[in-house]
Design a protein around this ligand. Structure first.
Ligand SMILES: O=C(O)CCC(=O)C(=O)O
Ligand SMILES: [Fe+2]
Length: 193
């Protein structure tokens, strides 16, 4: 159902210009579609599930992005969080984006199996996940100070055989102020590489 709804409306995916990704590495060869969280009973149910699963408040969070990768489709190494501090955000969309806060966490749903290839790889921590329909992964993009954690850098490997469909929910930070308050760093720890 999610794929059916998205399939009629797919567009080449764009990457937010304020993302913490060097321009030269901005490779994503995939098609995407933004699905509103309140589109239908299924998306509403998934939204409730994410809230139950993560404890986060999704009221201000982004819609679901349904992404399809064909053969060879991939997404270069990137972080999901933004880089508000170091770029110039003057247009209204960026302003709005800043007001919602950074992407505190990501939930990535795998909507299909992929015969070969298509794994999501977190190289810095030596971890990868092969797509399996009906499964999801969740990770925090920000540390407890609210800074982007570079260890979350990840990529989608090229699809070798088959077609890969995923759906992403990026959870914004501001609403979570009392749910995951900023905590001082434990002594001697650092997420900076
Ligand atoms: O398709 C994947 O495995 C990863 C997708 C992703 O990293 C993203 O959409 O930000
Ligand atoms: Fe990502």
């Amino acid at each position: 159902m999610l794929i059916g709804k998205a399939a009629q409306n797919m567009k080449n995916t764009k990457i937010h210009k304020e993302r913490a990704v060097p321009k030269k590495n901005r490779g994503r060869t995939a098609k995407g579609f933004w699905l509103k969280k309140e589109s239908n009973e299924l998306t509403k149910r998934i939204t409730r599930r994410i809230m139950d699963m993560t404890g986060f408040d999704l009221a201000d969070s982004e819609g679901f992005q349904v992404i399809n990768y064909g053969i060879g489709g991939h997404y270069f190494l990137h972080m999901d969080y933004f880089d508000f501090a170091s770029s110039n955000h003057t247009d209204t969309r960026s302003r709005y984006s800043i007001d919602l806060g950074d992407r505190i966490a990501t939930v990535l749903f795998y909507l299909t199996d992929v015969e070969q290839g298509g794994a999501t790889v977190f190289g810095d921590v030596g971890y990868y996940v092969s797509p399996q329909a009906g499964t999801a992964i969740f990770w925090y993009n920000l540390d407890t100070d609210g800074n982007g954690d570079p260890r979350t850098r990840h990529a989608a490997c090229p699809v070798i055989v088959g077609s890969k469909w995923v759906m992403t929910e990026w959870i914004r930070e501001k609403r979570q102020i009392f749910i995951r308050p900023c905590l001082p760093k434990a002594k001697g720890t650092s997420t900076k590489s």
